[in-house]
Structures are given as C-alpha cells and as structure tokens.
Design a protein around this ligand. Structure first.
Ligand code: PMP
Length: 312
C-alpha cells in the first residue's frame, strides 16, 4: 500500500478522500469525459518507478479533449509534471496504475451539448498488479459490436464509450470466458474489451488497422516497433476475419493494463496447439524488460519517478 494516498483535484494535490464531485456533474450523467490508463513499474534495483510512455498517453488524452470541446488549463508537459509529482508524493515502491481524467465538470444536467460547459482535470493512482487473471486467455466472440467513427469515435478513451466494452466483458465472463473479442459492424475483428489484438499467421504479425474500430493503443505501437526492430518480423495492419483468428498460429492481446497476454482459445477452438506460441513468448519477455526500465535501448519510453523521502 502507498503510505499516503493523494489525488490531483481542482488544481491541487489533496488527500484522496477529499477529491469528490457533485451528483449534478455533467460527466457523471452523460459520459462526457476522456481518460487514460498509464502504468508505473517499480524497479527495485534502481529504486525508481518507471512510468511507461507518459507523454504519448497525455497526447492521446489532449486530442480527446479537443473532440469533446474541453479546454483544460494544462499542457502535455504540465500533465506529465503533475503526474510525476503525484507519484512522488504518494511514495510508491510498487507497480501502480495511473488514471487521469478530463471531464465536463459543469454542474448542470438536462443539457445535451459540449460547448459552453466548463471542464476540469483530475488524477489518481492505485497500487496495481495483474489486470487479467491468466496468462493464457480463453476468449469468445462478443455479440456486441464495436462502434465506429460514424457513431462514436473509438480513437480516444472517452468514458461513455466504455459501456460497449463493459457489456462485452460482462457477457464473456458470465459465460465462463476470460475476455471478449469484438467485431465491428463490417464483421472485421476489432479488439478486446480493453486490449488491442494481434495474430501470427505464416510468420507475419497481423493486427487490425486503425479504421476497424480500435483504440490506437500505445502498447500496440510499442509491440509493432519492437517486433520489427528486435525480432525482424513483418508487421502488417490488415482486416482480420473471425475465421482467420480460428486458424492463426498464435494470438495475443495488448494493453497498458493487460500487458501482452496470449489468447490460446477462441469460441472453444484452440489457437495453434492451444499453448503460448514462441513469438508471443519472445515479445512478452522483451516487453517486460522494456517497461520495467531494464532495456537501455528503450529508456526514452520510461520516465523515472523517485519516491520522496519521508519527512524526518
Ligand atoms: N482498446 C481498448 C478499448 C482499451 O481500453 C485499451 C486500454 N487502454 C486498449 C485497446 C489498449 O490501449 P493502450 O495500449 O494504449 O493501453
């Protein structure tokens, strides 16, 4: 546990229990918020917590703010600094999850608009271990479809959009599976409820293109770069059909919370021989080395936060 839990709320660092919004807050009713999920990974040897691709997360968040017409009084640099300061104040010496949220803070309801409503930014962190409960996922194809750019843009982590993921994940878990795989309205494979998807077929690494209803995942772009650079794999963005997934040699899901987690079964069919494949295994190993701050070549992706020494 962190010694003290603080949040950044209404422009200040405050104890977590003081960070509260009113029940008439616009975002609470209409899902008018945009958030991020960022990981900090504790490196005991270096006595530092490494925040992975911090800047890229805030670039995606501020782009989402533009879509939702939210003016928050912080630049990407400010947001990175606030995050590092909050982590230092909490004094973490363990892996954490970081949750920034920009939201329509206007205290009025029955107002279906984005303009002329004030917005704010808040930030919280929690100690965090594994998100998915297994390293070998059994998944099902969801009956829910991923929305596309014509209805709700999937490019940002907008709070309201997550009802779609939550419906799909609930359906999957209650049916006895670990995770849901969503198709888009054109019947192409899109992504998991909270992860991007990759498959290995004929030695190539294939992932759906941005136009197939996916979130442009930061872990996705990390894996694409590392696969090309470290394993010299051909990486292709292309439509994937459900049938292609059934005959893939390997599949895995990627996300900040999910890391890189192999999927070994889909709709009660084994993927490959039903065990974790060699490419998934190799990528996973390299990925963990990088996010933990143990690969000198990729340290530019890791922002260190050194815990503040307790006051003597
Ligand atoms: N798709 C969805 C729907 C997600 O919620 C997430 C998690 N943020 C991802 C993909 C993976 O994105 P990232 O690698 O940036 O965490």
């Amino acid at each position: 546990m962190s010694p003290t839990s603080y949040a950044f709320f209404e422009g200040d660092f405050v104890p977590m229990e003081e960070a509260k919004v009113g029940i008439d807050t616009h975002a609470l009713h209409y899902g008018t918020g945009v958030f991020e999920g960022i990981r900090g990974n504790w490196n005991a040897e270096k006595e530092a917590l490494y925040v992975f691709r911090l800047r890229e997360h805030y670039e995606r968040l501020t782009q989402g703010c533009r879509l939702l017409m939210m003016d928050i009084p912080y630049s990407v640099d400010d947001l990175c600094d606030i995050t590092i300061e909050l982590i230092r104040r909490c004094g973490y010496k363990q892996d954490i999850y970081i949750r920034p949220l920009a939201y329509k803070s206007a205290r009025l309801i029955a107002n279906l608009k984005l303009h002329e409503l004030e917005s704010d930014f808040c930030l919280m962190t929690i100690p965090f271990g594994d998100y998915l409960e297994t390293d070998a996922l059994r998944c099902c194809t969801s009956t829910w479809r991923r929305p596309d750019d014509r209805s709700i843009p999937p490019h940002f982590k907008m709070t309201g959009v997550y009802i779609n993921s939550i419906l799909a994940k609930t359906e999957a878990v209650l049916a006895g599976f670990d995770e849901a795989i969503l198709l888009n309205s054109d019947d192409h494979v899109s992504e998991g409820a909270g992860e991007n998807l990759f498959m290995v077929l004929d030695g190539k690494l294939i992932t759906p293109p941005l136009g197939d209803g996916i979130l442009p995942g930061i872990t996705r772009s990390t894996i694409m770069e590392v696969a090309r650079e470290e394993l010299r794999l051909e990486v292709v963005e292309s439509h994937i059909s459900r049938t292609e997934l059934y005959i893939a040699d390997e599949c895995f899901l990627t996300g900040t919370a999910a890391h890189l987690t192999p999927m070994v079964e889909l709709d009660n069919r084994k993927i490959g021989d039903g065990s974790v494949g060699p490419i998934s295994k190799a990528l996973r190993e390299i990925y963990f080395e990088i996010v933990g701050g143990n690969n000198p070549k990729y340290m530019h992706w890791c922002t260190p936060a050194v815990p503040k020494a307790p006051a003597s």
